[in-house]
Structure formats: structure tokens, C-alpha cells
Design a protein around this ligand. Structure first.
Ligand code: AVJ
Length: 321
């Protein structure tokens, strides 16, 4: 048997490691302090997120999967054939792989900041799909979306952004991000999953599960930062806080100091008062009409939309002429 080819891999994340460190330190020194959600995703963080998607309380992944299972064929028809599928935040690549039989992409370009995790996932995927031209890009696509032109070849670019990761952006940021995707999607489009507004109790349980997996995921950002900037955060000193902020229509996650704490890193540090918080994530929830409007404002053509029977989650196909 011939050896499976190994996927081409490009890494831009941490090309400017000193710049990333400086930005992370600056965000910690502000009041309120913050850690960008991209810092959840070191290798352990990607595994913890996988575990979150298996929790009873975390409905988005499961609900989105039912929408793909029920309407995938119709989506594939709307999208059309002969594409380069660009997966933003590909993670373990499982969602895209499940769509391969329907979409039959000629190329698959997986983009994720969790570089080692992505590399492992792609090796396996290439073994299972020798006919697909697979490439990996280790990139922080929240701040840049640089894809070498030859990665897409002559195939129609179809961007895939499932899971409601768009919720990590505020609506204003999301508009900017979607516009950047639109610029690169000409001739193709964007297939995107979006979490919808629903009763507070359902939302809050999904981000504060009984097992404490989400709490561990949240605290793990501190361990990732320790490695990246040399800080000395002790995760046990921080309480996981998650709530639905109605006015902003978003779940907010924070880490709250259990007592007054001093944290230091090379060249600096700061004191956190007891109860002081570090903001680690926004997860914005939309209504379906509001999100369709956002897609149109970003320059996409009139989108199509599929939801689950309860209307908890939506998948949009937004064509880009
Ligand atoms: C990966 C951003 C979609 O916001 O639901 C899960 C991340 N945070 N539990 C989300 C997350 C806490 C997730 N996204």
C-alpha cells in the first residue's frame, strides 16, 4: 500500500511571538483585565472543548449536528459542486468530515490556532480521504485571514464557520470579520452556524455545567498564558463565572479572584483585588433575522437558513456572487 501523503501545513500563529506576548500582557494590565478567547485553545484546551461538546447542558454542537443531518443534502444542493472548503476554527475537523460525502470538496483547507491539535487531526483525515487535497493553516484568523492563493487553487471558495464561533466577536467585530470573509469568498460563499437567543436558564447551564468542564476550560486559559508570557497564575485561585448579559445578548465568561492576588510575569505584574474579574469570553446570541441582516451588510447575497424544530440554533448559507 502506498504511504498516505501528508497534508501541507503552514503556520503563521506566533510568527510574531513577542507582539502576541506584549498584547496579552497589555490586556491583563487593563481594568477590567481580559484574556482573548483564542488563549483557550492550546492542546489541552482543544480537548476540553471537545469534552464540553459532549455535555448534556451544552446544546449547540448537538443541535447544529441535527440541522446538518436533516438538511445537509439541501444545503449541498444550494452550495453546488467543485469547491475548496475552508474551515475556520477546524479543531478536530469532525464537522467538516461529516459533510464530505455531501459536499464532495476537491480541496479542504483547515484553519485553527491550536496548531498541534490540528496537525494530528489532519493526518488522520488525509488517511481517510486520500482523494481530497488537504492543507492546514495554523493561524489566528480572528485578527488576520491570510490564505496563500495557491491553497485554494481554481476551486470555488466555500468558507465553513460552524459552532457559533462567530459569537466570540461583538456584532460590530463580526461585521468586520464577515466582510473580510466576503472579500475572499467571491464565486462561493459562507456556510455558518449561529446560536440563537433562548431562555436564560438554558443558556447559563450550557456555560456552567455541573461537572465543571467549562470551568476547567476557562481556567486553562491561565495555564496557556503562563506558558506564553511566563506569568504565575494559579488556576485554583480563580472562580469560573458565566452569565447571560441580556442588554448585549451574550454569555460572558470571567475568572474571579477568590481573594486578593498578586500575579507576576517577566517585566511586570499586577494585583487583583478579591472579587476582581478577568473577562475571558463573549458568546453572542442572535435572532435569525438579525443575523441574516448582518450577513447582507457584510456584502453577502440573500442567505438561506435552516433551524432545528425548537429554533435554538441556525445554519445559514450566504452566497457571495
Ligand atoms: C467555540 C466559541 C462556539 O461560545 O459556545 C464553550 C466556546 N465557551 N463553552 C461557545 C465555549 C464555553 C464556544 N465557541
Amino acid at each position: 500500500m502506498p504511504l498516505p501523503k501528508s497534508p501541507r501545513f503552514i503556520q503563521t500563529w506566533l510568527a510574531d511571538a513577542e507582539g502576541e506576548r506584549a498584547a496579552a500582557r497589555a490586556a491583563l494590565e487593563e481594568t477590567p483585565a481580559s484574556v482573548a478567547p483564542k488563549f483557550f485553545y492550546d492542546r489541552l484546551g482543544s480537548h476540553l472543548f471537545e469534552a464540553i461538546t459532549e455535555l448534556d447542558e451544552y446544546y449547540p454542537t448537538r443541535t447544529e449536528a441535527t440541522i446538518f443531518a436533516s438538511h445537509g443534502a439541501e444545503m449541498a444542493k444550494a452550495i453546488g459542486a467543485g469547491m475548496a472548503l475552508v474551515d475556520l476554527g477546524a479543531g478536530n475537523c469532525a464537522k467538516a468530515a461529516r459533510l464530505f460525502p455531501l459536499l464532495e470538496p476537491r480541496r479542504y483547507v483547515a484553519v485553527d490556532i491550536s496548531v498541534e491539535f490540528l496537525r494530528d487531526a489532519l493526518r488522520e483525515l488525509q488517511r481517510d480521504h486520500p482523494q481530497v487535497e488537504i492543507a492546514g493553516v495554523g493561524e489566528d484568523f480572528s485578527t488576520r485571514l491570510d490564505l496563500p492563493a495557491d491553497l485554494l487553487g481554481d476551486d470555488r471558495p466555500v468558507f465553513f464557520y460552524p459552532g457559533s464561533s462567530i459569537g466570540n466577536f461583538t456584532p460590530a467585530e463580526a461585521l468586520g470579520f464577515l466582510s473580510r470573509v466576503r472579500e475572499r469568498a467571491g464565486g462561493g460563499g459562507l456556510l455558518i452556524g449561529v446560536d440563537l437567543v433562548k431562555p436564560r436558564a438554558v443558556l447559563e447551564a450550557a456555560y456552567d455545567d455541573g461537572l465543571g468542564v467549562t470551568a476547567a476550560f476557562n481556567r486553562n486559559a491561565l495555564l496557556n498564558l503562563n506558558r506564553l508570557i511566563g506569568s504565575d497564575f494559579a488556576p485554583g485561585q480563580w472562580r469560573h463565572v458565566a452569565f447571560f448579559a441580556e442588554a448585549e445578548s451574550r454569555i460572558e465568561m470571567h475568572l474571579e479572584a477568590r481573594e486578593a492576588l498578586d500575579v507576576s510575569w517577566p517585566g511586570g505584574g499586577r494585583r487583583f483585588a478579591a472579587g476582581e474579574r478577568i473577562h475571558t469570553e463573549n458568546s453572542c446570541k442572535y435572532t435569525a433575522p438579525d443575523f441574516a441582516d448582518l450577513l447582507m451588510r457584510a456584502g453577502f447575497d440573500t442567505p438561506r437558513r435552516w433551524t432545528d424544530p425548537a429554533g435554538w440554533f441556525a445554519v445559514f448559507w450566504a452566497p457571495a456572487r
